[in-house]
Design a binder for this molecule. Structure first.
Ligand SMILES: Nc1nc2c(ncn2[C@@H]2O[C@H](COP(=O)(O)OP(=O)(O)OP(=O)(O)O)[C@@H](O)[C@H]2O)c(=O)[nH]1
Ligand SMILES: [Mg+2]
Length: 238
């Protein structure tokens, strides 16, 4: 049995998902793949079922409605723990993350890292086709989170990751974020638990198909939550 489960969360990714799955299977033929679809109105879930029916390495978890990226990942993590996978990977369905990079990322996890982050903001990392405003938001957000949370992670919002399943399990049900700040919360909790975190430089490529689910409210929610966690952490230390 495979010891890695790659989770691909989807909401309306009907054009992006098939090419991503093809690249993913080629990059990591021995990993299992779990698509977590939140009842995409565009039929992504049905298409994923069709692809899965001819590939035993791919399965699909259907959730009734759009319920946030964090909750989709938590459902996938639970599946990974239940089935005894040693490692769990996260990758976006929209083609922004190159599946080939999972090979070195997984190697780092096998060498002992509890979390490997595919990072845009370490030397060697890059973003392609991102407007300057988007780059500035990501950089400023990461800098703010680093200071507020006293973190040394350069790309704490990244959604391209490999975890040791046991490290995720150690978090229990402490992770409460439902949306995008889920990524920040998980990394921050693992860092506080003195888990080994490694950043591997990647080139992030802006999606060429489909629509982003990112919006202003997500950024504000993340800022508020990071501020709240930072304050709680400082109070807790005293
Ligand atoms: N299951 C599920 N997947 C989601 C949800 N929200 C976003 N996703 C998926 O999460 C991944 C990242 O979402 P994107 O819309 O690409 O967000 P982003 O990468 O931060 O933003 P862009 O760079 O603008 O694409 C994609 O594969 C989405 O389909 C959700 O509520 N549920
Ligand atoms: Mg994206």
């Amino acid at each position: 049995m495979a010891d890695v489960l790659v989770i691909v969360p989807t909401f309306n990714e009907i054009e992006s998902l098939p090419p991503l799955l093809t690249r993913l299977r080629a990059a990591l033929p021995h990993a299992d793949v779990l698509v977590v679809d939140d009842g995409s109105p565009d039929g992504t879930g049905a298409l994923a079922d069709e692809i899965a029916s001819s590939d035993p390495g791919i399965s699909v978890l259907h959730r009734r409605r759009k319920d946030g990226l964090g909750r989709a990942y938590l459902a996938g993590f639970a599946r990974a723990a239940e089935h005894g996978y040693d490692f769990v990977a996260e990758i976006d369905a929209d083609g922004s993350h190159d599946p080939d990079e999972l090979v070195p990322m997984l190697a780092l996890a096998r060498q002992g890292a509890d979390l490997v982050i595919g990072s845009r903001w370490v030397p060697g990392g890059a973003v392609r086709n991102w407007p300057l405003a988007r780059q500035l938001i990501s950089r400023a957000g990461n800098t703010y989170a680093r200071i507020a949370l006293r973190s040394s992670i350069r790309d704490i919002t990244a959604g391209f990751r490999v975890f040791r399943t046991e490290a995720l399990e150690s978090l229990g049900d402490s992770v409460s974020s439902q949306g995008y700040c889920f990524q920040v919360e998980v990394a921050w909790r693992l860092e506080r638990a003195a888990r080994r975190i490694v950043e591997h430089p990647i080139t992030f490529v802006e999606r060429s198909r489909g629509r982003s689910k990112m919006h202003f409210g997500i950024v504000v929610e993340a800022l508020l939550r990071v501020t709240q966690w930072g304050l709680l952490q400082r109070l807790g230390r005293r």
